[in-house]
Design a protein around this ligand. Structure first.
Ligand SMILES: [Zn+2]
Length: 148
């Protein structure tokens, strides 16, 4: 970890306000430590405090990611299954115009006309919107974009 990142573990964020000496913020005194810098921006005591904090943060992050991975592994097959269902329903509700027309008796048949009408009814549009949102949400979950 570089000097600045280490200093930011124990100092206040606004570097413009840092004075000479160790920049660690001492809560009990409500002021900057100010002792002689031993390395980078910190005195020797605050270097070890900063290192401990950095390690604790890294450990916490690691634990969080491990939990997230377990959650992800546990749910991924059900998310994939649900995604298949969502995609199938989306295709049923929207796909007939662009996919297998023959299955519906060809273009211009009453079946197609009825389907087209159904496709643009308010409730279908609403449902398709829901399905698209659910599909996006499932895809990002499967990709591991969202946290557990
Ligand atoms: Zn210090």
């Amino acid at each position: 970890m570089d000097d600045l990142s280490l200093a930011l573990q124990v100092a206040l964020g606004n570097q413009k306000n840092w004075k000479d000496g160790c920049v660690a913020w001492v809560e009990s005194r409500d002021s900057q430590c100010g002792k002689k810098r031993s390395e980078g921006f910190l005195c020797s005591r605050h270097i070890s405090v900063a290192k401990r904090r950095a390690e604790a943060r890294a450990a916490k992050l690691e634990a969080y990611q491990a939990r997230k991975k377990i959650f992800h592994d546990k749910h991924i097959s059900e998310w994939r299954e649900r995604l298949d269902g969502v995609e199938a329903e989306l295709e049923r509700r929207t796909g007939v115009l662009t996919t297998d027309r023959a299955a519906y008796g060809g273009v211009g048949t009453p079946a197609i006309a009825r389907h087209n009408q159904r496709q643009f009814s308010d409730s279908n549009v609403e449902r398709v919107g829901e399905l698209i949102r659910e599909k996006e949400s499932l895809e990002s979950k499967i990709a591991g974009v969202h946290g557990a």
